[in-house]
Design a protein around this ligand. Structure first.
Ligand SMILES: Nc1nc2c(ncn2[C@@H]2O[C@H](COP(=O)(O)OP(=O)(O)OP(=O)(O)O)[C@@H](O)[C@H]2O)c(=O)[nH]1
Ligand SMILES: [Mg+2]
Length: 457
């Protein structure tokens, strides 16, 4: 099934005009070479990919538009599986727009978002999960999200899903065979083995589902809320972490009203720090709104740093804060601030309290230790260097559906119900795994996935 006919040659600017020294115009489709030849002053011929320098002229004239590097890839050995021609021109927005115009006049049409990758998928150059990895790779902005997207694009994730799907198909096939011989009452699929394999698969899928939280963090960043009483130094801490004067700091309690969110890469992971309004009873209408917002933002965080002014905080206050924090059911750490104002003796009162570290936000003392603590917190989740990690919400939902079907299989086996029922649930599990890699698709789903790509990819 092809959404777009191969006759249809598409073109797009693969790098934005006027941004850099170079601009790339990419053509894909059966007539790509023929169209390119209208401008390209050198003859394009051969079977293997080509790279050459050529003058690009207005058709049927010697009027030169640009001198460019031209790459040609012949079907099926190209990104899309079709003939591809790329012009690497000077980055003038005039040249690029003019070239695009001439190519459109020669019969190509503008590519839609993600259409090159969509063609790659439709022509069997990659599966759906890999294609989604391409979009993630383009969007990746930290070493963690990059690593994740790279594994997905190169097929590591797909291989795992395909293996599981094959295992299931094998089981299902034996059952289907039994159904064909229903009259003879034979059992091709040993029920005990079926049970064991089903359990093993369900376990593997649960592991994958469990990795989603980390995958999501690696892809979208890890939200950390900085909360505490007014004047604890929350905004000072945000500034220290970012190494810039982002938030207003003042000795007036209740300075921060709106929440402020900023990102920072620490050890390859993107953290999203959220500075919040100090928590206290107040009659000030605006401050009240700020506190409401803070309470909402805390729910979105995956970790809370509860900051307090060590001069102005007792062990009883700490116990009280603990009760408040437990209610959120989000991991939290206590951070005692303003060590610079404390005597050695009073610092000792705070030593040995679990989940507590002390800093001086103003002097940027122990900020590195705080960052290290944040990284350790994330690393407490399983080793993610070697493991396959789930990071796509669509895949998550497919895996959840697969797991549901596998649980039904187990229940059906437990209840010793008919082969027909087991077979139908197994088929359902196979179906949902197939959705991930695109063995099973529909046009709406494809349009939805590829519309999120940028034009030119
Ligand atoms: N000596 C010292 N002063 C600090 C430290 N951190 C913050 N302060 C001071 O404490 C005061 C309050 O700091 P902020 O960062 O505005 O505190 P906040 O928690 O954001 O306060 P609100 O926004 O009002 O909730 C300012 O005068 C800061 O300069 C520190 O580590 N040492
Ligand atoms: Mg503040």
């Amino acid at each position: 099934m092809h959404l777009y006919s191969k006759e249809d040659t598409i073109v797009a600017l693969a790098t934005p005009a006027g941004v850099g020294a170079l601009g790339v115009v990419r053509l894909s489709g059966r007539h790509a070479v023929e169209i390119a030849q209208k401008f390209c002053k050198k003859k394009i011929a051969g079977k293997d990919s080509l790279l050459f320098f050529a003058k690009l002229a207005y058709p049927d004239t010697e009027n030169i538009l640009d001198e460019a590097m031209v790459s040609v890839y012949f079907a099926p050995r190209s990104f899309t599986g079709e003939d591809i021609v790329e012009f690497c021109c000077h980055g003038s927005s005039f040249i690029l727009k003019e070239l695009l115009r001439l190519i459109l006049e020669a019969g190509a049409r503008l590519a839609q978002a993600g259409e090159f990758t969509q063609r790659a998928f439709l022509n069997g150059r990659m599966d759906l999960a890999q294609a989604e990895g391409v979009a993630d790779l383009i969007a990746s902005d930290s070493s963690a999200s990059h690593r994740l997207a790279m594994t997905q694009m190169r097929g590591g994730f797909s291989d795992k899903i395909k293996q599981m799907r094959e295992d299931l198909i094998r089981l299902a096939a034996l059952l289907e065979l039994e159904l064909d011989f229903a009259e003879e009452d034979v059992e091709f699929a040993n029920r005990q083995e079926l049970y064991t394999q089903n359990t093993q698969l369900a376990y593997a899928i649960e592991q994958l589902i469990g990795s989603y939280k980390l995958g999501n963090v690696m892809k979208h960043g890890f939200p950390v809320a900085i909360v505490g009483k007014p004047n604890a130094g929350k905004s000072t801490l945000l500034n220290a972490l970012l190494d810039e004067d982002r938030a207003i700091v003042s000795s007036i309690a209740g300075t921060t009203r709106d929440t402020i969110e900023e990102q920072k890469n620490i050890g390859g992971i993107r953290f999203r720090f959220i500075d919040t309004a100090g928590l206290r009873e107040t009659e000030d209408v605006i401050e009240k709104l700020g506190i409401e917002r803070t309470l909402k933002k805390i729910q979105e965080a995956q970790l809370i740093l509860y900051l307090f002014d060590m001069q102005d905080f007792s062990l009883e206050d700490l116990e009280e804060a603990k009760i408040q924090l437990e209610a959120y059911q989000i991991p939290y750490y206590f951070v005692g601030n303003k060590t610079d104002l404390l005597s050695e003796d009073s610092l000792k009162t705070w030593a040995n309290i679990p989940q507590l570290m002390s800093i001086s936000a103003q002097n940027k003392a122990d900020i590195k230790a705080l960052e290290a603590m944040l990284l350790t917190h994330i690393d407490q989740t399983p080793d993610h260097e070697s493991q396959i990690i789930l990071s796509n919400a669509r895949h998550l939902s497919c895996l959840q559906n697969t797991l549901k079907a596998l649980h039904t299989v187990r229940n059906t086996l437990d209840a010793r119900l008919s082969t027909e029922l087991i077979a139908s649930d197994l088929r359902e599990a196979v179906y949902h795994l197939g959705e991930i890699v695109g063995e099973i698709t529909n046009n709406d789903l494809l349009d939805f996935i590829f519309s999120k790509f940028c034009i030119g990819k």
